[in-house]
Design a protein around this ligand. Sequence first.
Ligand code: SAH
Length: 250
Amino acid sequence: MNFYILTLFPQMFESPFSSGIFKRAIERQLVRVSIHNIRDYTHDKHHTVDDYPYGGGAGMVLKPEPIFEVVESVKSGISLNQEDDVLPVILLTPQGHSFSQQIAHELSRYRHVILICGHYEGVDERVREHLVTDEISIGDYVLSGGELAAMVVVDAVVRLLPGVLGSEASLLDDSHTAGLLEYPQYTRPVEYRNWSVPEVLLSGNHAQIAKWRREQAILRTLKRRPDLLDKANLCLEERQIVERLKDSLS
Ligand code: SAH
């Protein structure tokens, strides 16, 4: 999978992709991240990328021309297969769709994704209107630039790609994958400062362990994020358990 990140601050991307899971995925050519400096697509002596907002007001707005040109240049270097019907061109913005595990899954199916990082007060509206195919927000707060948001998106997508994590099975239980938060995890030692690992996990009884984990995931989601449960994939019996637990919690 190929990510093309368009930014005014390419140096911000130097370390995040150079360690751990990322480094391995890049070395094994499962993913490629190329960084493009928007400033390289200016034509004036001062390499101007921003300007005052029409109508007045504080801050600077990113000009449309360099952003259109960098996207067109990146696109011209990509040869799309028949199965790549669209090439997502995504603007990171606090006004976009809320990023979620589901969107991460959707993006992981593309071979190429272009991410545009805004800065200052944001980007000229014509970029939204005529260039991007989607807008993503990583949460209801305002960052100073889209770089950290782009890293969040790339990170969440890359760990879903086949072969990137050691075990694909571990993805299935991840929080938000099946609409539930993950059950509690323990590792050695079995006893630490008098706090023990739940007995059932040591039993070797896989059916019991699976049942306990499922219950814990439901209970935990109910306590912390009841909003998720409505959409979670629960069987009838589990729904009834949820209703009973809700009553006992209220
Ligand atoms: N004035 C703009 C915010 C600009 S913040 C507004 O009110 O909508 C500057 C840049 O940071 C944005 O262009 C965007 O690329 C990035 N950014 C800020 N918050 C973000 C968020 N929650 N998610 C994704 N990108 C964000």
